[in-house]
Design a protein around this ligand. Structure first.
Ligand code: GLN
Ligand code: MG
Ligand code: MG
Ligand code: MG
Length: 442
């Protein structure tokens, strides 16, 4: 919605809005906000609200800690889950420095910069994410557990289920907020759900993913449940992914579609795919940012671990789909919802454009099930694998110059430093698995 200042002031007045949340996303994909009383609404729209950014994740430049929040007026939304009296609205903000220049490490800025480059070439990236999550019970102290009493599985209908009711409420709330929900269903693991929304351009979709997660958590809580986007909360069952469906639009048309191709994918589509393949190892540190992300990617649970594509195999890294109304699309299946959506989409777009600019050739489709191939057979077929853990992913990330080009030097340095620390802290732990395996035996 393209709201004017006057329209926003009027809405806030008429709807009796008492507080405004000024939101932005940090480097690690965490939504941050400050709340201001509605009497400060004009000040906020004058871009005069300041944050002290020195203690926000990834904002490490102490000397330049004062940052200005510039609300994006088009993101004005009254949050439907707040009380009817004294309503709360929000803006998603861009971040500017004291000298009036944009803060270049802001993920929203990074995505907008790549999107602007694509726009110069006449392209816009259309994205539709599939966010999966678990709904778990809380304990007597209200703390989240990994327990679910639910027995339902893939696309099951379970009328008496607590999770089912919560999901219904989530969909209705999101629709109230202007989301077009394509579908929602029960996922494979007990307590696991998925809600998909429709294609919009990458910057808008990234904003939507951030708000989606807040909405899902908030509504879950109302139903006495804890929603988690943790990639692999439980061993032995599927983890939660955020498959990213994409196509490029030019002059209002999906340019990935080409009916004359066997699979219906155009030359640009194949090159975009080749670009993703060329950079996916470097991108993985951002698409799968947690130590835990790599446990989801371990073989056997419908998440990819090898760099292959297919028009039918669900375990492939990229699935090419052409049977849908929108025409051809690529589905990148490795990202998970713990990732920062601004950065995931920025890197997908940059990698894909690199493929188009360099006219890269996609490898052949892998028609057989990758799970049936041995390590040797994969090697002989020249099939590469994704990084197996966060440490490997960080090495690949630092090796790929495109990552630095998209994210910038400062961002890259801070990110690697923080994530190295996370990895080291993990490596200092001794897990139950190790005690079970080794304590008696060795
Ligand atoms: N949960 C799987 C993943 O981690 C996907 C399963 C599915 O959507 N069919 O990617
Ligand atoms: Mg799905
Ligand atoms: Mg799914
Ligand atoms: Mg999918």
């Amino acid at each position: 919605q393209n709201y004017t200042r006057e329209a926003i002031l009027r809405m806030a007045e008429e709807e009796d809005v008492e507080f405004i949340r000024l939101q932005f996303t940090d480097m690690f994909g965490t939504l941050k906000n400050i709340a201001i009383p509605s009497s400060k609404l004009e000040k906020a729209m004058d871009n005069r609200c300041v944050i002290d950014a020195s203690s926000i994740g990834g904002f490490i430049r102490n000397e330049e800690a004062d940052m200005y929040l510039h609300p994006d007026l088009s993101t004005f939304t009254i949050l439907p889950w707040r009380p009817q009296q004294g309503k709360v609205a929000r803006f998603i903000c861009d971040i500017y420095q004291e000298d009036g220049t944009p803060y270049k490490e802001s993920p929203r800025f990074i995505l907008n910069r790549v999107a602007a480059k694509a726009a110069e070439m006449g392209y816009s990236l259309m994205v539709n994410p599939e966010c999966e999550f678990f709904l778990f019970h809380t304990d007597d102290n209200g703390m989240p557990t990994t327990t679910t009493h639910e027995k339902a599985g893939y696309m099951d209908l379970s009328p008496v289920d607590l999770g089912e009711n919560a999901r219904r409420d989530m969909v209705l709330t999101l629709e109230e907020m202007g989301y077009e929900i394509e579908s929602s269903h029960h996922e494979i693991a007990p307590g696991q759900h998925e809600i998909d929304f429709q294609f919009s351009d990458a910057p808008e979709t990234a904003d939507k993913v951030m708000t989606f997660k807040v909405a899902v958590r908030t509504i879950a809580k109302r139903h006495g449940l804890h929603a988690t986007f943790m990639p692999k909360p439980k061993a032995g069952v599927n983890g939660s992914g955020m498959h990213v469906n994409m196509y490029l639009m030019k002059d209002g048309k999906n340019i990935f579609s080409d009916p004359s191709d066997d699979l219906g994918l155009s030359r640009e589509g194949y090159s975009f795919l080749a670009g993703i393949f060329a950079h996916i190892k470097g991108m993985t540190a951002l698409c799968n940012p947690l130590v835990n992300s790599y446990k989801r990617l371990a073989p056997g649970f419908e998440a990819p671990s090898d760099i292959t594509w297919s028009s039918r195999q669900r375990t492939a890294l990229v699935r090419v789909q052409t049977q849908r109304n929108e025409g051809a699309r690529l589905e990148l299946r490795s990202p998970d919802s713990s990732a920062n959506p601004y950065l995931v989409f920025a890197l997908c777009l940059a990698a894909g454009l690199d493929g188009i600019e360099k006219n890269l050739q996609a490898p052949k489709e892998l028609k057989e099930n990758i799970r049936k191939l041995s390590r040797e057979e994969k090697e002989n077929a020249g099939i590469d694998t994704l990084p197996e853990n966060l440490s490997e992913a960080l090495e690949e990330f630092q090796k790929d110059p495109l990552m630095r080009a998209v994210l910038g030097d400062t961002f890259t340095k801070c990110y690697v430093k923080a994530k190295r620390k996370e990895w080291e802290s993990y490596m200092e732990q001794v897990s139950e698995w190790e005690i079970e395996q080794y304590l008696y035996r060795v």
